[in-house]
Design a protein. Structure first.
Ligand SMILES: Cc1cc2nc3c(=O)[nH]c(=O)nc-3n(C[C@H](O)[C@H](O)[C@H](O)COP(=O)(O)OP(=O)(O)OC[C@H]3O[C@@H](n4cnc5c(N)ncnc54)[C@H](O)[C@@H]3O)c2cc1C
Length: 350
């Protein structure tokens, strides 16, 4: 019985991490399983981006936000496993058996799916030999701005991520050029305007057709680009190449046939704003869940998480309080509050 959890959260992105916190708040024995080495989900793709749209939170870098989410998730000491992909879920009476890629089995009374849109990986540049530059100057995410200071940068892609990076890098880079295969960028028009104002050079109908290495063959020194309208090509010396061509998705978890979940397409599960899915005992939160009025943003993941955990609580204990609880009403915080206040008093008296 010791190894049976009240809830097993699958996915350690914002929805899963906040669910782990909230589930501790509701007194549930909690396990979280994440397939990647690092917790943080999609926010790990934008560690240097300033996030402005989390209510009451000053603009915060993605990397810092992830650290805070992880710290909060650990408040009630849930069991957290990383580098462990959940492959298969089956049900035996009232118990779910969760099988992982490591051949382990985990047992849980309920499941909270927080798997985002599945396991995602960036779409790679399809030029021969491109992968060998991934260790040097070919990037699929911007992990640190420092690297791009005073550099000649070319960004391939026309979506929001590509243009956001162009806007953020242009004040520190020597030059930023965006090349995009279609006639018009697909990013939000306000961001495009910002990019133009920031001096980003934008070349539509243009693709990178060749990468030429430096003499040591360690990094890209020249890129050749071709314009599909004029059929003209040019070769330019660059320091860094950023590719933002979107993401591949892998539908990650399989279910026993007795567990029939309603899917919107290959990736998303239909459910309710309460986090319930059509299968009793399986709940969902964050980007994986769809319902009318869904908000596919960080703030949406938090509301989903609280709702799903409250639904889990009443599924396990039908007489439990159904709705959101304010933290001051929770006995579990009393001791933690006392210690925080004491520390603040000591600090103030110095
Ligand atoms: C480039 C970019 C910029 C963004 N900017 C903003 C912004 O400024 N503001 C904002 O509010 N939102 C932003 N978003 C959206 C926000 O990041 C997502 O809404 C949020 O990350 C969704 O969280 P999630 O936990 O539902 O899913 P995810 O973040 O996708 O996390 C899901 C986790 O589940 C894990 N997982 C999947 N399958 C399995 C499995 N089988 N076993 C174990 N683990 C598994 C994955 O590895 C992943 O860690 C942005 C998104 C992107 C891509």
């Amino acid at each position: 019985m010791q190894n049976i959890y009240d809830v097993t959260i699958i996915g350690g992105g914002p929805a899963g991490l906040y669910s782990a916190f909230y589930s501790g708040l509701r007194g549930l024995k909690t396990k979280l399983i994440e397939s990647q080495q690092e917790l943080g989900g999609k926010v790990l793709l934008y560690p240097e981006k300033l996030i402005w749209d989390v209510g009451g939170h000053p603009p915060v870098l993605g990397g810092q936000f992830v650290k805070q989410l992880i710290e909060q998730a650990k408040t009630f000491e849930p069991t957290i496993l990383t580098n462990t992909k959940v492959d298969f879920i089956e049900r035996h009476d009232d118990l779910f058996i969760i099988r992982t890629s490591k051949g382990e089995q985990h047992h849980s009374k309920t499941i909270l799916l927080a798997i985002g849109g599945g396991i995602i990986s960036p779409q790679k540049l399809t030029l021969e030999g491109a992968e060998k530059y991934e260790m040097t100057n070919l990037h699929y995410t911007v992990q640190s701005y420092q690297r791009f200071v005073d550099k000649e940068i070319i960004i391939s892609g026309g979506g929001n991520a590509a243009i956001d990076w162009a806007v953020e890098l242009s004040p520190i880079a020597k030059n930023v050029t965006v090349v995009y295969r279609s006639e018009q960028l697909s990013a939000h028009e306000a961001t495009i305007e910002e990019a133009i104002k920031a001096g980003v050079q934008i070349e539509c109908n243009t693709t990178i057709t060749k990468l030429t290495a430096n003499t040591e063959k360690t990094a890209i020194q020249f890129v050749t680009c071709e314009n599909s309208q004029t059929q003209q090509s040019y070769t330019r010396q660059i320091d860094e190449v950023i590719v933002s061509h979107g993401y591949n998705r892998e539908s990650s978890v399989e279910f026993d046939e007795a567990i029939a979940l309603s899917k919107k397409d290959d990736y998303y599960f239909e459910g309710k704003a309460t986090g319930e899915t059509v299968h009793p005992g399986i709940f969902a939160a964050g980007d994986i869940l769809t319902f009318e009025g869904k908000v596919n943003l960080l703030i949406g993941t938090f509301q989903d998480a609280a709702n799903a955990v409250n639904s889990i609580k009443t599924y396990l204990e039908p007489s439990a309080y159904r709705y959101g609880m304010v933290s001051s009403h929770n006995d579990l915080f009393k001791e933690k509050n006392r210690s925080i206040i004491e520390k603040q008093l000591v600090k103030a008296s110095k």
